[in-house]
Design a binder for this molecule. Structure first.
Ligand SMILES: *Cc1c(COP(=O)(O)O)cnc(C)c1O
Length: 449
């Protein structure tokens, strides 16, 4: 078998997708694996490198999803692979709270250095984004001694019981899994395309509405945390209007509320900054990270002002696997790759090249209502032109376009509360040639409508 670095960075189909071997493997999957798990791309992967996935039938597929914003540094990035091998040979587990090791401390140091703000910070590590969010809320409640948590429409924070309570979308995440954790209050989100009020004053109006609701329905002094994704991920890359995040952060600070940025999907150079809150100079009290942090291995972090993190008694936080040494080694490799390969600038470049391509498609196809996002986190929202307000969601069109992309070896994810958003999360090392090829396939997909 060839090594992954020998995989040419080009799309190449040798069978239909799924091919015969994938078809057989997917039958075994249907027999053995819970039907509760979804399936986006019907090809079974054998090897990957950078932005190309090779399936077991030998097809080379362009990866426009990075395993949902995880392999920002590219799949099998050399620093990640080398660090993992070296750490696995040294030791694979002790449990950090039982017998500590240095690379956990180094990941925390890196998170403290890289997250927004120059104040004294501390971190803890966990296994997944949901677990990071759970810990963030535990810590904020412990620090403030208040119960309530404020979240937003179109939010997604995970699949555990508390994080399901924070989610805005019932199907498929929450349906039938309740009852959910109490003291969670959902606020309107200024979603420009679908905002009912005047668009000129959207930021002021949304902030006024939210602060009024907090004052009247909860009481600001009962609120432990305001939790928000700087760009809604699963919600469809909804990018709040200028001034909204700074205004919300300011309100939280004034009222002793911990302002938590859920940067699980937006973090680690994805949006053309190390963290998305930096685009408007917002310094959150607390940041949750996961996805892109580990370069493909499971790891998550909570980083906050030192006094907040230290408000918890020893033993109040932890877990058997949190900050596993192999995952920590991978995270240090991923962070080094971002910094040494200039991937923040690369994300900005992708934002330009891919953004230009998507805007050209928008000019060609009236079903594309909007191109939005930042850096290498871009999306298009698909509607029925001439429908009520011109914005009736068209999830069926998205499904049809993505089916065409799948059959032609381009992996692209959908998103959105209405399932009518196509989102792009390519590895930041993707070549311009692969972006152009993916755009051409997408163009042909829209032409089939
Ligand atoms: C994916 C995601 C999570 C949950 O992360 P898991 O690792 O899947 O638990 C939380 N918040 C945001 C913003 C996410 O995109």
């Amino acid at each position: 078998m060839t090594t992954t670095t020998e995989i040419t960075q080009e799309r190449r189909l040798v069978t239909a997708i799924p091919g015969p071997k994938s078809t057989q493997a997917l039958q075994r999957r249907a027999e053995a694996v819970s039907g509760g798990l979804g399936l986006t791309f019907p090809a079974v992967i054998e090897r990957t490198h950078d932005a190309i996935m090779v399936d077991i039938d030998g097809n080379q597929i362009i990866d426009m999803g990075s395993g949902i914003g995880v392999t920002n540094v590219g799949n099998t990035a050399s620093r990640v692979v080398e660090n993992v091998i070296e750490q696995a040979q040294a030791f694979t587990h002790t449990c950090f709270t039982v017998a500590p090791y240095i690379n956990y401390i180094e990941v925390c140091e890196a998170l403290n250095r890289l997250t927004p703000g120059t104040h004294k910070k501390k971190s803890m590590l966990a296994n997944s984004g949901a677990e990071a969010v759970e810990n963030a809320i535990k810590i904020a409640r412990h620090y403030t001694k208040r119960p309530a948590v404020v979240v937003f429409e179109h939010a997604y924070h995970g699949r555990t019981n508390l994080t399901m309570a924070l989610n805005s979308k019932n199907m498929p995440y929450n349906d039938g899994f309740g009852p959910f954790a109490p003291a969670v209050y959902r606020m309107p989100l200024p979603y420009e395309l679908r905002w009912i009020g005047p668009k000129e004053s959207i930021t002021e109006d949304a902030l006024e509405m939210i602060t009024q609701k907090i004052e009247k329905e909860i009481g600001a002094k009962n609120v432990a945390a305001i939790l928000i994704e700087p760009i809604q991920g699963e919600g469809g890359f909804i990018t709040p209007p200028k001034g909204f995040l700074p205004g919300l952060c300011e309100y939280a600070t004034k009222n002793g509320i911990v302002f938590i940025a859920d940067e699980v999907q937006t973090g680690f150079a994805r949006t053309g900054n190390m963290f998305a809150m930096e685009h408007e100079g917002v310094v959150p009290d607390m940041v949750t990270t996961a996805k892109g942090l580990g370069g493909g291995l499971p790891i998550a972090g909570v980083t906050a002002r030192a006094e907040i993190m230290d408000s918890v008694h020893a033993g109040g936080l932890g877990g058997t696997f949190g900050g596993n040494p192999v995952s920590c080694a991978a995270a240090l490799g991923a962070i080094a790759t971002i910094e040494e390969e200039g991937l923040i600038a690369r994300a900005q470049h992708i934002g330009q090249v891919l953004g230009d391509g998507l805007r050209a498609l928008q000019a060609k196809y009236p079903v594309i209502a909007e191109v939005r996002g930042r850096g290498a986190m871009l999306a298009i929202e698909v509607v029925i032109p001439g429908s009520k307000g011109g914005i009736e969601p068209d999830a069926a069109a998205v499904a049809k376009v993505l089916k065409h992309c799948t059959e032609n070896g381009v992996f692209i994810l959908s998103a959105g509360t209405y399932g009518n958003v196509i989102r792009f999360l390519p590895p930041l090392v993707i070549s311009d040639a692969l972006i152009a090829d993916a755009l051409a396939v997408l163009d042909a997909g829209f032409a089939t409508l």
